[in-house]
Design a protein around this ligand. Structure first.
Ligand code: GLU
Length: 414
């Protein structure tokens, strides 16, 4: 199943359970705007290569389109459409005044020099410029993009749209010096941890002394692992695209973070054993955090998952078939559009600070984030218990309902 098929299937289940009117269903099923851009880049060698770039706005019913930009060889328009739809429901689940969008360039940034990456970013930003603006569409980081890249997007927009004067609110996840927010770098992982804390209380499964497995050690996975580690959960295995490591009594996460910074991978970490990616996912543990890409848990491995809780730090890591298997095994799932919403929530704080020209300290960001994540977790849980549905369906229902209400409230133009 492609990410887009997964997104549509999950949307349709929610729409059906909510008994949404067919005209609303067909409105919400399709993205509002889709832009494909040709991105030619001069490489350091002098040759020019071209890449496909995309920006999709799924819905702007509740506010400007919001969502990250992904640089990855596997990016396709279909995937970006799925990710844009998930952003719409995600912003609605945490009830922040944004719609959903996503962008991507099909490229391998790991093979590009800094100069090539900057030229690619500026040319892509120039291509999607007609869609962007602090009240229109606000990108952010996603897989293999980072604050530095957001800084180049902010600069390109400012040079082209406002005579060089800065427009920080056009993009979030910027470096602090350019109007980024305190806490944005940690936000996705912090939100995952906050959801796990709420789930642990609900399930009476204390984090202290528990065992956690993390698939993906990027921004979301490493921060979540670090927070769990400092709250006495033993993180027994972690992986990244180049390898995976295991230690029965728990890995030394602060040291592992330093090892990854120094070598670029978790592989080869001293005081650990190597383990395969497949074996890592089916380790016996309390908390399993898929924090990489889509389709990590499918019908092929779902039956062998031995975690009590699956917390989706990535977008779309569990397919609908796998959902059904996990459900029948009694696994408690914290769905992506809730679990990883900490990132976009602090993006919202960043945008508010940019628009107000007034900046908050780390404590203020953290406590506001915790309030939103905990409230959203309990809203989804209450709906799940009330309607006797699983957490995935409950989160989709909450998100879809809020967007449907806004869409219906605005009426049909003209
Ligand atoms: N890319 C992140 C996500 O998938 C963050 C989006 C944002 O901050 O706008 O939620």
């Amino acid at each position: 199943m492609s990410a887009y098929e997964v997104a549509i299937k999950n949307f349709e289940s929610a729409a059906q359970t909510l008994e949404l009117k067919p005209d609303l269903v067909s409105l919400l099923r399709y993205p509002e705007r889709v832009l494909t851009v040709n991105v030619p880049v001069r490489l350091d060698s002098g040759t020019v290569v071209r890449f496909d770039g995309y920006r999709v706005q799924h819905s702007t019913a509740r506010g400007p389109a919001k969502g990250g930009i992904r640089y990855h060889p596997a990016v396709t328009l279909e995937e970006v459409k799925a990710l844009a739809m998930w952003m719409t429901w995600k912003c609605a689940v945490v009830n922040i005044p944004f719609g959903g969008g996503k962008g991507g360039v099909a490229c391998n940034p790991k093979e590009m020099s800094d100069g090539e990456l900057e030229r690619l970013t500026r040319r892509y930003a120039a291509g999607i410029l007609p869609l962007l603006g602090p009240d229109k569409d606000i990108p952010a980081p996603d897989v293999y993009t980072n604050p530095r890249i957001m800084g180049w997007i902010m600069d390109t927009y400012s040079m082209m749209k406002s005579d060089g004067y800065p427009t920080p609110g056009v993009v979030t996840g910027k470096p602090l010096t350019l109007g980024g927010s305190e806490g944005r770098g940690e936000a996705t992982g912090a939100g995952v941890y906050m959801c796990l804390k709420a789930a642990a209380e609900h399930l009476h499964l204390p984090l202290k002394g528990s065992r956690t497995v993390v698939q993906g050690f990027g921004n979301a996975g490493s921060v979540a692992a670090n927070r769990l580690d400092s709250h006495m959960s033993r993180v027994i295995a972690v992986s990244d695209s180049q390898g995976a490591v295991y230690r029965k009594d728990g890995l030394d996460i602060p040291k592992l973070i330093l090892h990854k910074e120094a070598t670029g991978t978790v592989a080869g970490f001293p005081d650990s054993e190597p383990i395969s990616h497949e074996d890592l996912l089916v380790l016996e543990c309390d908390y399993l955090i898929p924090a990489a890409l889509e389709n990590a848990i499918t019908q092929d491995n779902a039956g062998r998952i031995r975690a009590k809780v699956v917390a989706e730090a990535a977008n779309g890591p569990v397919t609908p078939e796998a959902d059904a298997v996990l459900d029948s095994k009694g696994v408690f799932l914290i769905p992506d559009i809730l679990c990883n919403a900490g990132g976009v929530t602090v993006s919202y704080f960043e945008w508010c600070q940019n628009e107000q020209h007034y900046y908050w300290d780390e404590h203020e960001v953290e406590s506001k984030l915790e309030r939103i994540m905990t409230r959203s977790f309990h809203e989804v849980l209450a709906l799940a218990l009330d309607r006797k549905v699983n957490m995935r369906l409950a989160a989709n229902m909450l998100g879809v309902l809020r967007v449907a209400e806004a869409t219906a409230g605005r009426g049909l133009y003209p």
